[in-house]
Design a protein around this ligand. Structure first.
Ligand SMILES: [Zn+2]
Length: 321
């Protein structure tokens, strides 16, 4: 009996599926466009086609050679009933994804929220590997997050938990789409850094960052300020400094609440490595509640990044073993 599983990362623009071996490595990967808006039956068929394509290309039988298929999807996922209860991006409510996919594929299927699945992937074989208590945050358009407690994904009694991006760090601050003001992701996501960079550049038309983006403000991203800081620009250095203070402020609160063994940071800016981690650790060392203790949370960057969703989804069955 082979030990293969398939992990599916269902995203708003693409669906990726990977064949994962017992060392948690992706051996083969396929994908297609999500093409929203589409009825849920069509999305199910697209997922099934990818799984069947993997099996065909790799000469495997889905009912015999694949232990299970795991799917990470946006939305609130009730892992007991296998129902996506609410998915704003796709416009589906009470979507019985697990049951429908089991019928189509003829094998065991597990489903989980996509951010939770990605966090689980980093716990299984990435930056948080082996830490029974881990928090994974992804600095992207918002702040994605997943919490592992005692080796299992924590999502609260109603499966809507672990939304660390909506921790308020500035009372009456910037309005957030969740309805609150001053949420962490409005200050510490990659998008927030890019927006703050654009605003600063507009106030400083002579600044060197304009050269980095060929005079085109639309080319500004989270890397722009880091690149200019590395080139010695004081305005960019200030922008990055303020951004990292916001990142660290939220991280310190998260550590104070959970005291994870490892806190893992993913997303494009995690490629900055020590330029990102150094200032964050310095801030946390000054403010964390347990800073004088012997056992401290390790802050690291994510290892799997874009593959975390597939590896985590492919490993979901392990939570039930
Ligand atoms: Zn919010």
């Amino acid at each position: 009996m082979s030990k293969y599983t398939i992990g599916v990362d269902l995203g708003g623009t693409t669906i990726s599926a990977g064949l994962v071996n017992e060392e948690y490595k992706i051996e083969y990967k396929v994908g297609c466009d999500t093409n929203l808006p589409r009825p849920s039956e069509e999305i199910e068929q697209s997922i099934a086609n990818l799984c069947l394509q993997i099996c065909k290309d790799k000469n495997l039988d889905i009912t015999k050679d694949i232990q299970w298929v795991g799917i990470g999807t946006p939305g609130s996922v009730n892992t007991k009933t296998g129902v996506v209860e609410f998915n704003a991006n796709f416009g589906y409510n009470n979507w019985p994804l697990q049951e429908n996919m089991e019928k189509i594929l003829g094998c065991k299927v597990y489903i989980e929220n996509d951010a939770n699945a990605a966090a689980y992937g980093e716990y299984i074989d990435g930056g948080a590997k082996g830490a029974q208590y881990a928090v994974v945050i992804t600095l992207g358009t918002g702040i994605g997050s997943g919490i592992i407690i005692n080796g299992k994904i924590f999502s609260g009694f109603n499966y809507a938990g672990a939304e660390l991006g909506h921790l308020v760090i500035v009372k009456d601050g910037r309005p957030c789409m969740c309805g609150r003001k001053g949420c962490w992701e409005k200050y510490a996501s990659s998008r927030a850094l890019a927006e703050d960079t654009r605003a600063a550049m507009e106030q400083h038309p002579e600044n060197m960052m304009w050269k980095l983006v060929d005079g085109d403000i639309n080319k500004v991203n989270a890397k722009t300020a880091f690149d200019a800081m590395h080139a010695g620009d004081p305005l960019a250095t200030q922008l990055v400094h303020t951004f990292l203070e916001y990142v660290a402020c939220g991280i310190t609160s998260v550590i104070n609440i959970f005291q994870p063994e490892i806190l893992c940071i993913g997303g494009g800016v995690s490629k900055q490595g020590e330029a990102l981690l150094g200032p964050i650790r310095e801030y946390v060392d000054k403010e964390e509640y347990a800073r004088n203790g012997d056992r401290r949370t390790k802050i690291v960057t994510a290892k799997l990044n874009n593959d975390a969703g597939i590896v985590g989804a492919a490993s979901l069955g392990m939570q039930n073993q």
